[in-house]
Design a protein around this ligand. Structure first.
Ligand code: GLN
Length: 541
């Protein structure tokens, strides 16, 4: 019998539900259970792919090419899973299929309603994940905050699941903020109480409450939460601020949450095995070295835009006993004032992440030139890869005004161009080249030393590519394309053997990076930054 755990949030969004959900998964996983996680996003978009990262944070890409909510990234990193796109359920998807069924005549003669038709579709999708994953426990996180209009059908669906699956097989966890007043230092539980009331009004009584608070909640706050939440004190837990997010499952388990959940769901648990996780946390907390990286992007104002990249740096850093500090630069500042480039001299590495559109592109190209000419370790991802090609074409191959047609459709040298199969695409949703694709890695290259394999699979999200007509001239001038698609047509990795470390990829290694299993390109870059800082002649990977 599958067990279902539902996680809701109260008071405000961004309260850390995704981390609590991932942490619950981890607590169960270390006790020997197979888990999977679902994220429900109540917005009407079919998926996150059409949203600006500034609005919603990064778009997380799954193996099967889903453009999903970034919480799926947290589930994958914490649980070391590859989660399919069906695990991200949105209002858009639910309505799309209900309306399609209505048009086909599946409900012929009936009036189609939120209850039961929409709620049935929601429950059907949750159960389908349970069936396909064969997980012992399915975690479902409901995005947004309790009380949001668009979240109501989802809360109604999970309410019904208690009736249908039974008390022993369902558990409701409510995560809500407990603010501390600056002036008095008092912990205020009233907003949390209200959000629990709101949940109960909908018909859901939480089994567990997680208070998200700056500090460990005191006895008085705990007593009030339990009393007004109508749950025993031992069902109240606190997610307080910690030095790394990866500590959260540990602090919740120390408070007894893992055992409580197993007892409540009648799960026969084995002794939790935390050793590996703890050794990772310890490595993160005790670095021997530090490197400073300049990230040059255009969504630099919102850290969530680059969350998988940040985490990939953390995973790579932990392997090199190195703290990776990242400073964010808006690329446009270099266009406005070239002298700003000199500030990059203080950095151990220059990193250009993914990106879209022309704003800031010239600034990024300037930074790449600076990295190449000053032999500062460089890593470019996707757009960063394409712009490295543009920079090289212009400044080394002498192709004046070379560009990507994404930036300048009139360029005389379109060294990066729309992929042929994209030319007829008009729909924007889920139409990029997405997800896992096979790549052949050339022996005797840096790529081969890092990946240790001639065949790799990496996740993609792009419409443009290196124009095959320019490969010969680029190679003649010294670029090594050390990773290509199996037919040899599509360029996937580039490197410059003349530099200490100059590496870029069309794919996104960050999506596959995990604690203790850092992604090879991020690892290679971090190690190169460190080794150069330590005065070595070549990077030692
Ligand atoms: N805008 C570029 C493209 O569509 C790069 C995309 C990216 O960086 N993910 O190909």
């Amino acid at each position: 019998m599958t067990k279902f755990i539902f996680v809701t949030g109260g008071v405000l969004s961004s309260v850390g539900k995704g981390i609590v959900t991932s942490s619950i998964g981890k607590m169960l996983q270390v006790r020997g259970f197979k888990v999977t996680a679902i994220k429900i996003d109540p917005y009407v978009n079919v998926d996150a792919g059409t949203m600006n990262p500034y609005m919603h944070g990064e778009v997380y890409v799954t193996d099967d090419g889903g453009e999903t909510d970034l919480d799926l990234g947290w589930y994958e990193r914490f649980l070391d899973l590859s989660i399919p796109k069906e695990n991200n359920i949105t209002t858009g998807q639910i309505y799309q299929s209900v309306i399609e069924k209505e048009r086909k005549g599946d409900f012929l003669g009936r009036c189609v309603q939120i209850v039961p038709h929409v709620t049935n579709e929601i429950k059907y999708r949750i159960r389908k994940v349970a069936e396909k994953s064969s997980a012992d426990v399915v975690l479902t996180e409901v995005g947004g905050t309790v009380g949001d209009i668009e979240g109501l059908p989802f809360l109604e669906a999970i309410r019904q699941m208690r009736l249908e699956e039974g008390y022993d097989n369902t558990l409701y966890v409510h995560v809500a903020l407990v603010p501390i007043l600056d002036v008095t230092g008092e912990m205020k539980t009233k907003p949390l109480q209200h959000s629990v009331n709101e949940l109960r009004r909908i018909g859901i009584q939480p089994d567990i409450i997680v208070a998200r608070c700056r500090e460990m909640i005191d006895k008085e706050a705990l007593r009030k939460i339990a009393l007004f939440g109508t749950i025993p004190e031992k069902a109240v837990f606190c997610s307080y601020n910690v030095s790394t997010i990866y500590q959260v499952p540990l602090i919740l388990d120390e408070q007894g949450m893992g055992n409580f959940i197993c007892q409540r769901l009648k799960l026969q648990a084995s002794q939790p095995k935390w050793d590996e996780w703890k050794s990772f946390v310890k490595a993160l907390q005790n670095p021997k070295y530090e490197i400073k990286i300049a990230l040059i992007g255009k969504y630099a104002g919102l850290v969530d835009s680059y969350v998988s990249m940040n985490e990939a740096f953390r995973h790579a850093g932990a392997e090199c006993q190195t703290k990776v500090s990242i400073d964010y630069f808006e690329a446009e500042i270099f266009e406005e004032n070239e002298a700003e480039l000199e500030t990059l001299k203080e950095y151990d590495g220059i990193f250009i992440p993914y990106g879209f559109g022309s704003r800031g592109a010239e600034g990024k190209i300037m930074a790449i030139k600076y990295a190449r000419e000053n032999n500062i370790p460089f890593l470019g991802i996707c757009f960063g890869f394409q712009l490295a090609v543009v920079e090289y074409a212009r400044n080394v191959c002498g192709l004046k005004d070379a560009n990507s047609t994404e930036i300048n459709p009139e360029t005389p040298h379109p060294v990066v161009d729309l992929m042929p199969e994209q030319k007829t695409v008009t729909y924007k949703g889920a139409t990029m080249r997405l997800g896992l694709h096979e790549i052949f890695v050339k022996p005797n290259t840096i790529a081969y030393r890092l990946y240790k394999s001639e065949k790799i699979y990496e996740r993609h999200r792009h419409r443009f590519e290196v124009n095959p007509n320019y490969i010969q001239i680029l190679e003649k001038h010294g670029i090594i394309f050390s990773g290509k698609s199996p037919d040899g047509r599509r360029m996937e990795i580039l490197e410059l053997p003349s530099n200490f470390f100059f590496f870029a990829s069309q794919f996104h290694g960050e999506f596959k990076s995990r604690p203790r299993k850092p992604d090879p390109e991020y690892y290679g870059f971090v190690k190169a930054c460190l080794d150069r800082k330590l005065g070595k002649d070549t990077p030692e990977f």
